[in-house]
Ligand binder design. Structure first.
Ligand SMILES: [Zn+2]
Length: 123
């Protein structure tokens, strides 16, 4: 089981299932909210237990983004029509045992960095 928390510790969570699809997202929304690339993995909603005062922001009519109202940690991405919740890899307690398997939304990546390495890139 993996555990994670926000920077101040007000929000904690437990992941009971095997995390799927560890990825680094370069989309404009993730970069703007997190400050740069947002790395996450996901599990079915029933396999993550979240405690604390998560603030949910409706970033579109398809998904909401969860963050800590006290310290601002960007923790969750939660689509409304899919049975999954994504959680940030950076908020996990080590060791995670995970590896980022792909870069996504690279067509929207910022112009201030290059993506290096041989991890697959998806436009
Ligand atoms: Zn916090």
């Amino acid at each position: 089981m993996l555990t994670g928390r926000c920077l101040c510790g007000a929000i904690t969570y437990e992941v009971t299932g095997k995390p799927q699809g560890p990825s680094a997202c370069h989309c404009g929304q993730c970069r703007r909210q997190s400050g740069n690339v947002w790395a996450s993995a996901y599990v079915p909603k029933a396999q993550i237990a979240i405690s604390g005062p998560v603030k949910w922001y409706a970033s579109s009519d398809k998904a909401r983004r969860g963050f800590c109202p006290d310290c601002g940690s960007v923790l969750f991405w939660d689509p409304l029509d899919e049975d999954l919740t994504s959680f940030s890899l950076g908020s996990l307690d080590a060791p995670t045992g995970l590896r980022i398997g792909k870069h996504i939304f690279v067509a929207e990546k910022g112009d201030y960095y290059e993506i290096t390495g041989d991890v697959p890139q998806v436009p």
